[in-house]
Write a protein that binds this ligand. Structure first.
Ligand code: G4P
Length: 544
């Protein structure tokens, strides 16, 4: 067993931690950038492996059936590496077709986010949604404009779009020199220096950097920029004249985003980004427990469960609860309290997950994520704490965008079905809504995307021995009434369905945003919320 650490040791360890998630739309290059960060962090000797694994998933025999069928990763994880004295934790946020509530929940465990944008596509739908959650939590967002090696949009255009669509002020930390096949470097506005890139062997290795210090109008820099000198200088002058400078307090509450340019494919710009990001991104800050800020260093071990992952492999049917450590020092074998039940719990079977390989973890600190084997005692949002009186606010419920009706065939298996559904709903696999007048025959399941339903069907079959038939419903949006709501007003409504959510709150389901707009226009006293408990974002956020 590892030894107790002194407060100074804990402070040093916590201060060097950077825990973040990458948010992006599918195909913007998240896998590629993650891999390149690992390459620069020394966790990979040569790039190519992560993307190759992604491509080879169909072919790998021991991947779980569902993963094989869908070619997606159900078992997402935490990647970590050391870089220049920092302990870097990247929380994997499943994107793609496997977009699910877990993607959002993971953002509750991050201290900052890297928003990855495809230079040709600008702000896309999933990026916007994920960014919204980060904004609600008021965590810092760093923008990386990727694929600069391809012809994309004008950088000023992308800046304006982020400001308009996402409502953040954008402050370019650097500015691209050239674009497309002519992309050759960045001008670092914060350190007044030009960084030119070469080599990298098509992104498999680190690139060479030539650094020329000075202002953009200096002769050495103008010469080095060659044909791009005039254009870059104009852009930089425009930025200097127009915008505010980087303001740490505005970055820290997410109202200002530092912007970087690069190409994850060729590695151009990856290292300058990583260095600056680690310098600007926050170490773990106090989290709120009942309105009180729990300092990550001053308090003993505490953390909360933000995700529960069931292994669907029948030979290893275990569950892992992912715990974000919010304060103190974690030691294997240590006893702490499971706050919801008030029971003592010994943290023996802990694993720190690195990709698909599980390594036993002996100790960890605030900012880290540990996976605990879960014999069925954890729920999403549960707090673990050595100190009495700490309870982190739960994880908010995110509005589903896809709804299915449960078809209950016969009474024979109904009990098993009800038990299975109830338990998997508890685990947060899908959300359950009920028609106020019906029993299980009127169950409606809600999810972010199709993956969640597939996981539900698969697990009910393998773990509870019951088949589940679902039929799609036309609803796409859920809203929770906060005031001015009378269920009887909707008795004859054809488009809006009134239901109870899993916590017995009223909820409304509709096929489109337009339905709710019309409803609000007709009913001035009605107030609708996009999530049932908006205040939880504050609670699950940082107490600054
Ligand atoms: P994702 O995880 O966000 O979905 O994106 P991923 O990294 O899988 O990248 C999606 C596609 O974009 C891949 O191309 C990848 O090579 C490409 N890409 C990523 N970063 C860059 C970049 O900086 N510049 C350019 N030009 N392309 C980039 P693909 O054709 O789908 O796969 P592959 O044939 O390259 O393997």
């Amino acid at each position: 067993m590892s030894a107790e650490r002194s407060p100074d040791e804990i402070r040093r360890e916590v201060q060097r931690r950077r825990t973040f998630a990458i948010i992006s739309h599918p195909d913007a290059g998240k896998t590629t950038l993650t891999e390149k960060l690992l390459l620069y962090g020394g966790a990979l000797r040569e790039a190519g492996a992560v993307r190759a694994q992604k491509a080879a998933r169909h072919a790998t025999s021991d991947w779980l059936e569902l993963e094989k069928q869908r070619g997606i990763s159900v078992s997402s994880s935490v990647l970590n590496f050391e870089f220049r004295g920092h302990r870097v934790n990247i929380l994997d946020t499943p994107g793609h077709r496997d977009f699910s509530e877990d993607t959002y929940r993971t953002l509750m465990a991050a201290d900052s986010a890297v928003m990855l944008i495809d230079a040709a596509r600008g702000v896309e739908e999933q990026t916007r949604k994920l960014c919204e959650v980060c904004r609600l939590r008021r965590i810092p967002i760093f923008t990386f404009v990727n694929k600069m090696d391809r012809h994309g949009r004008d950088p000023l255009d992308i800046m304006a779009e982020i400001e308009d669509v996402l409502g953040m002020d954008v402050v370019p930390a650097n500015w691209p020199v050239g674009a497309g096949s002519g992309f050759r470097g960045i001008y670092d506005r914060l350190d007044s220096r030009l960084v030119l890139f070469s080599g990298g062997e098509h992104g498999t290795h680190r690139v060479d950097e030539r650094v020329i210090p000075g202002r953009p109008d200096s002769r050495a820099i103008a010469e080095a920029m060659g044909p791009f000198a005039e254009e870059v200088r104009e852009g930089l002058e425009l930025l200097d004249g127009a915008g505010a400078g980087l303001d740490a307090s505005l970055v820290s509450d997410g109202s200002q985003t530092p912007m970087f340019f690069g190409s994850a494919l060729t590695n151009f710009g990856v290292q300058p980004f990583l260095e600056r990001f680690l310098e600007l991104a926050p170490a773990p800050v106090p989290r709120s427990s009942g309105g009180r800020g729990i300092d990550p260093v001053e308090h003993p071990f505490s953390g909360f469960v933000f995700k529960i992952q069931a292994n669907m492999d029948p030979d290893h049917r275990d569950r892992v609860a992912f715990v974000r450590i919010c304060s103190g020092h974690f030691m294997k074998g240590r006893q702490t309290t499971h706050v919801r039940t008030g029971k003592p719990i010994r943290l023996t079977n802990s694993t720190l997950l690195m990709g698909k390989d599980r390594t036993e973890v002996e100790e960890a600190y605030a900012g880290d994520v540990v996976g605990l084997f879960d014999p069925g005692i954890f729920r999403i949002g549960d707090t673990l704490s050595d100190e009495p009186g700490i309870q982190y606010a739960g994880i908010p419920v995110f509005a589903p965008e896809s709804f299915m009706r449960v078809e209950v065939a016969g009474v024979q298996k109904r009990k098993a079905l009800e038990k299975g559904v109830e338990q998997l709903v508890q685990e947060g696999v899908v959300q359950l809504f009920r028609d106020p007048e019906g029993g299980s025959a009127s169950w409606i399941l809600g999810a972010m995307g199709p993956l969640q339903f597939d996981v539900m069907i698969h697990r009910l079959k393998t773990e509870y021995g019951v088949g589940l038939t679902l039929s799609p419903l036309p609803y796409k949006i859920a809203r929770w009434p906060q005031a001015g709501f009378r269920p009887e007003d909707f008795r004859y409504s054809e488009r809006i369905r009134v239901v109870r959510d899993r916590d017995d709150r009223w909820a409304l389901l509709a096929p489109s945003e337009w339905d709710f707009q019309r409803l609000l226009e007709r009913n001035e006293t009605l107030v609708l919320a996009e999530t049932p408990d908006p205040s939880l974002f504050e609670g699950a956020g940082s107490a600054r």
